[in-house]
Design a binder for this molecule. Sequence first.
Ligand code: ARG
Length: 560
Amino acid sequence: MDYKKYIADKIKVDGVSADEIYSSIALPPNSQMGDYALPCFRFAKVLRKSPAVIAQELASGLSPDGVISDISAVNGYLNFSINKEGLAREVLSEIASKGEKYGSSDMGAGKTICIDYSSVNIAKPFHIGHLSTTVLGSALYKIFGFLGYKTVGINHLGDYGTQFGKLISAYKRWGNKEEVEKGGIHAINDLYVRFNNEADDEMEKEAREYFRLIENGDKEANDLFEWFKSLTLEYVKKIYDRLDVRFDSYAGERFYTDKMAPVIDELKEKGLLKESEGAQIVDLEPYGMPPCLILRSDGASLYATRDIAAAIYRKKTYDFYKCLYVVAYQQNLHFRQFFKVLELMGKEWAKDLVHVAYGMVSLEDGAMSTRKGKVVWLEDVISKCVEKAYKVVSEKNPALANKDEIAEKVGVGAVIFGALYNNKIKDITFSYDKVLSFEGETSVYVQYTCARASSVIEKAGDFKPVLPEKLNFTDEEFEVIKTLAAFPDTVKDAADKYEPSYIARYAVDLAQKFNKFYFDCKILTAEEGVKDFRFELTKATLRTLENALGLLGIGVPDKM
Ligand code: ARG
């Protein structure tokens, strides 16, 4: 049952919508204040009364029932206590029956969400700067899917531009097939870096010529380009597999080559295109933005031109309800600009485009640098974290079998969790020691808690998963129950705010509460009846932690 909704339905405030009441109901920080609370401060203005009076008046109009055991007004809050047995019975039976679907919903049925994420650049390093977009996008993909939306994961490949001309030029000068085949993306990148270091005017000219050849369909140039592209994709797909990241489309910038002309025609037709110093632009001055460049003076299209064409294509192809772009905040202006251009073109759906911006990730041991050759590859970060995880895990439990498999889950999980734990807009400094700590707010802590719960369940053997009719719950037990009950709402909030961090924080919170319960209440030695209930609670916690981590793309080892 949705308790928030149950409570919200009982409350009517003149001039305040039911939705607003529902979303105002919160979980108080401690249960002395009840299990749910409605702060009345927001209503003071509409009702012209003090929050305390409003809370009093609302309280006097309500009485306890089978679900709500107590209602009180305290300092402008309307507090509700829930019937504990009722809540426990309901949550535990829901988790038992829904299993890995606990927390899911069909609220998104019939709606499609496109998510543009990771969007790697062909023949360029897949570096630590791509970590957030990849894991954030992937988590949103899973979260929206869990809520019943049809999700379309799009890798908007950076596969267009003069850099490919440079690459071909560099390859023809210094490269050879064997070396590139052996070195893959690293060899390609080396050629590209070398070109940038050594290029003079002559070489730049040659690179532009090669790019033109690609554009004009020259076979040799295109074969080389496709080869570089397939080597890059082969490489990144291995990383995606490790991170449990999936895409439904790899339609990159190049895909829109033949879809830009109609956009330019439409812009002209609608009188939006202006000439400025030979280039074609859309003037955005009235909106306080620099102009959006559509065509350069040499007629070449731009990043924004392709994004406009891509948005139109996606709307036509998927008829999305929302189209998300998980891209660093450095590109804020770009998104504001081309969203505005689409709006000016009269696309009413431009309001459904969302830039999900996130902050920078840097490494503790040396800030990430995009300067030539000084790039931190994401693959290296993952491998190093897995290596360290192996050490950490073996120290904790030397007798562990399948250490490699476990280290992979722990190490990869730590990289993902490290990138997702904070509010996405914050810049973060990634520290191997911090993300691999057994104490604190880490996936390792959560995974270890899962292993602890698994071991309790293993020892429990066959137990009867029934909830005794009447139990005096300990505070620790009830905190776990309440937290379990909050999972479905947490998933919805995470989707609503595009914040997988809510789920990461939730997992840590639930793990902490479970550990408190585990240490303060005897499980295996509890009296009959109570023991079965505690086993059931342990099982429900494990299930929910697995669901939460699963939405972030993190696996859970049975043992640690
Ligand atoms: N490839 C781009 C980059 O690395 C990101 C593309 C994001 N997606 C988009 N539709 N613009 O900066």
